[in-house]
Design a binder for this molecule. Structure first.
Ligand code: NAD
Length: 311
């Protein structure tokens, strides 16, 4: 099988490439190296059938050409990370909307099964009693560019789904919940690598907000096999499927755990959301995935706990 992996030089994409190559597949990576790195792919250099193409998913002709020679497409390229999205809202929106449209349209045009990476953020966070026009928890709030990521990913799902159902070309949408593991960088706001970097450098560990917000972290070594199995499972076609972990921890608890596991003497400091992300920012208190659909479809069961993930 010949697979195209967009965003293959990134964190999740590079682990997916490792697995595809190990299974004997030919892999073509399309990545603009904006947040990814060739360093993530050095182990695959020289592997038979492996090829890296530096390019942009906004380049429609390039995408079409690569997809036209593929048997399957994994679309992971996206503008990710809070800092990235807030710093370049328009470019992020373009990549996450039109880039996905290019990939999905090419897949459907050439009748190549495709997977589109989505996010838990599509579940939103609006639990307010009275809904106000300036509520920063809605996706489409024109003044809150941070949520353009969730808004674009929600539309990506729709684009993937509508094309998939109209064309009959197999399509799987994977909703990732805080995936972590080796090669993830803390540069764009991802909390686990950021805490680990700070702890190892002996710098203060910066918790945004009160630290009482709770999250579940899923290992990339659970999520990647899940993606591959879903693509081989017709019952998963044209569905959005949650993939993540089950061990829930508060962000303060995560910071404590990182200090303990790294043996660091870093202190834990608290920074207001306003200071970290700009005025009016709020975050959801809890995000916990129900992965029963993935379990029903492919027997998905996360195997790695948080300590194993941090280590
Ligand atoms: P990542 O930044 O490591 O990977 C994204 C890759 O896309 C990078 O290699 C980057 O260089 C590439 N890219 C960005 N814009 C591009 C463009 N215009 N053209 C070509 N390549 C481009 O991030 P990741 O964590 O590996 O995320 C992979 C996918 O999973 C993304 O779609 C992301 O939205 C989704 N996701 C990840 C998580 C998570 O917890 N890591 C959670 C939810 C969703």
């Amino acid at each position: 099988m010949k697979a195209v992996v967009t965003g293959g030089a990134g964190f999740i994409g590079s682990h997916l490439c490792d697995r595809l190559v190990a299974q004997g597949h030919e892999v073509v990576v399309l990545d603009d190296l904006s947040t990814g790195s060739l360093q993530n792919l050095v182990q695959l250099e020289g592997s038979p059938g492996f090829r890296f193409v530096q390019g942009d998913i906004l380049d429609r002709d390039l995408v079409d050409d690569l997809v036209s020679h593929a048997d399957t497409v994994f679309h992971l390229a996206a503008a990710v990370g809070v800092y990235n999205i807030v710093d370049a809202p328009l470019r992020s929106l373009r990549i996450n909307l039109h880039g996905t449209e290019n990939v999905v349209e090419a897949a459907v045009r050439h009748r190549v099964p495709y997977m589109v990476a989505s996010t838990s953020e599509v579940y939103g966070k609006n639990d307010a009693d009275g809904l106000k026009e300036d509520d920063d928890r809605i996706y489409g709030s024109p003044t809150k560019s941070r949520w353009s990521y969730a808004a674009a990913k929600g539309l990506d799902e729709l684009v993937a789904y509508v094309h998939g159902s109209e064309s009959g070309v197999p399509c799987v949408i994977t909703r990732f919940f805080n995936v972590v593991g080796p090669r993830q960088t803390g540069r764009y706001g991802m909390v686990v690598p950021r805490f680990v970097d700070q702890a190892l450098a002996g710098r203060p560990i910066t918790v945004y907000g009160t630290g009482t917000q709770r999250r579940c972290f899923g290992s990339v070594f659970d999520v990647v096999p899940g993606m591959l199995e879903l693509m081989d499972t017709p019952a998963a076609y044209n569905r959005a499927v949650n993939l993540g972990g089950h061990e829930e921890v508060s962000i303060k608890g995560l910071a404590d755990r990182v200090v303990e596991l790294t043996g660091s003497d870093s202190e834990i400091v608290y920074i207001d959301y306003d200071e970290a992300y700009g005025e009016g920012y709020e975050d959801m208190q809890r995000r916990y995935p129900d992965t029963s659909l993935a379990k029903d479809l492919i027997g998905y069961e996360p195997t790695r706990d948080l300590n194993a993930i941090i280590n």
